[in-house]
Design a protein around this ligand. Structure first.
Ligand code: FCB
Length: 486
């Protein structure tokens, strides 16, 4: 990964950008070229800009070419598990539309595409035979990116565990970490040209939402199980890293964590100590073993007998040096001892997920990580927002998303100005897609997807991104589907 060259650049006042976003024309997502150029100039030439997706959320084709079922296919069949009763059997049907989708990605002018590999597509049962058709799909994807000059950033585990492995214990079983290691090694050896590989996406979500609250697959509700799962995910990460390195993989290796600064809901001592605990459970529980080789004591004390069994040598395996750390940032979190959900005042903007728009939290988070840990280069591997978009006359004027993205990009620039070694930023998401337990009801894409006919329509946010990245792009040469910004 190349070094960033933006240090020392002057910091233009972010106010004009914010002001531009307030103007009436911004209601249609139009931000002046000058403002985009000023924001862009805060980043070095080598800064990597990308868009992100994950396999289960966009591929569809769940029973095609030898793919085995995943825990999410199973979970979607549980009545009430997915709010709109949808599933991802088709979603964006990306599996069958690869070439056109790659052209669409290229048309945005991005330097990288973050996608995930579906484990059950390349190894139906999570052990034993490899599925050649599945591997070929990802070879075509990576080759297609290379041909278009786009760096392939793959994630190995974005939540779609082969159901057969769940049937033999899932991530609660230590053996799943070993199976994951085999899978990682096979992919790194057999698919050429992947620039960066992240082992696991958001282990906190897998452990806590999948095994403690049970609102995500596999829908288990047991805290001790959740903590075992978190440990085995980290162990699988460390084992996979070792295996990929020793098998000669030459790209960058990392992991992706979801993080939000945790603020106490009030100044009370009780809320403050709750915030510290939540910070421990969400951030330090993952950062400390990865970067300090130990789980945090306060969290271990809190967990008591629910703490996971850790074997001799596990923490050394987990604390492998990383080439990069990916951070997914969406919002801050507010902690209250009563457990009551936060009451937001009317001045607080919320996304369609009910998440507070809080860009300054990104700067705060990055500075805090830099202060507390010896970090490798950082990437924002996901940032974006769901809003209730409407498509009219082939256009989607998603001004709130445009504002959200610009404010967070500015917050990232603020962190760089203050010394954070941030090398890239990926928008979540390229497409509207299957948003897990929210099904097809939440739209995160910068490209609208019509689930009736699967037509893709770039929203104003996609047009903004393209103009941000390629201000001089010749409109005549623009690939079909992209209009010019007004
Ligand atoms: C993250 C996930 C991603 C998407 C966004 C909205 O937690 O990694 O798949 O669902 O949230």
């Amino acid at each position: 990964m190349k070094a960033l060259s933006s240090s020392g650049s002057a910091t233009p006042d972010a106010a004009p950008l914010a002001a531009a976003a307030e103007r009436p024309d911004a209601a249609r997502g139009a931000v002046s070229a000058q403002h985009l150029a000023r924001l862009r100039s805060r980043f070095g030439q080598d800064f990597l800009w990308g868009v992100a997706t994950s396999a289960f959320q966009i591929e569809g084709a769940v029973a095609v070419d030898g793919r085995g079922p995943s825990i999410w296919d199973t979970f979607c069949r549980i009545p009430g598990a997915i709010v709109d009763g949808s599933n991802s059997d088709v979603s964006c049907d990306h599996y069958h539309r690869l070439e056109a989708d790659l052209d669409l990605i290229a048309s945005l002018g991005v330097g990288a595409y973050r996608f995930s590999i579906s484990w059950p597509r390349v190894q139906a049962l999570g052990r034993g035979a490899w599925n050649r058709a599945g591997m070929d799909f990802y070879r075509r994807l990576v080759d297609g990116l290379q041909q278009r000059g786009i760096a392939a950033h793959a994630t190995l585990y974005h939540w779609d565990l082969p159901q057969a492995l769940q049937d033999s214990g899932g991530w609660a079983a230590r053996d799943t970490a070993l199976r994951f290691c085999d899978y990682a090694q096979h992919v790194a050896r057999e698919i050429d040209g992947i620039a960066a590989i992240a082992t696991v996406n958001e282990p906190w979500v897998v452990a806590t939402l999948g095994h403690e609250s049970g609102i995500f697959a596999p829908g288990i509700r047991n805290r001790a199980t959740a903590m075992r799962v978190s440990h085995h995910l980290l162990l699988g990460h460390g084992l996979a890293l070792q295996a990929m390195r020793s098998s000669g993989y030459r790209g960058a290796l990392g992991i992706v964590l979801n993080q939000s600064p945790v603020h106490p809901a009030t100044d009370s001592d009780a809320d403050r100590s709750r915030a510290l605990l939540e910070d421990g459970l969400t951030i330090r529980w993952y950062m400390d073993p990865l970067f300090r080789g130990a789980y945090p004591h306060d969290v271990l004390d809190h967990l008591g007998s629910d703490a996971p069994p850790v074997e001799e040598g596990d923490l050394r395996t987990i604390a492998q040096p990383l080439d990069y750390l990916g951070i997914n940032y969406y919002t801050r979190s507010l902690a209250s001892a009563s457990g009551e959900p936060p009451q937001h005042g009317p001045q607080v903007e919320l996304t369609d997920m009910g998440w507070e728009v809080y860009p300054q939290g990104l700067t705060e988070l990055l500075l805090r990580l830099k202060r507390d840990y010896a970090l490798p280069p950082l990437y924002i591997t996901e940032n974006g927002a769901a809003f209730r978009d409407t498509i009219e006359g082939g256009q989607v004027h998603d001004a709130p998303r445009v504002r959200y993205l610009l404010a967070h990009i500015a917050a990232a620039a603020d962190a760089i100005d203050r010394g954070v070694d941030l090398r890239g930023y990926f928008v979540w998401s390229l497409f509207d897609n299957f948003e897990w337990a929210s099904g097809l009801s939440k739209r995160f894409g910068i490209v609208h997807v019509d689930y009736q006919n699967l037509q893709r329509t770039p929203k104003d946010s996609a047009l903004m991104l393209r103009q941000f990245l390629r201000p001089c792009a010749d409109p005549v040469a623009a690939p079909s589907g992209l209009r010019d910004t007004p």
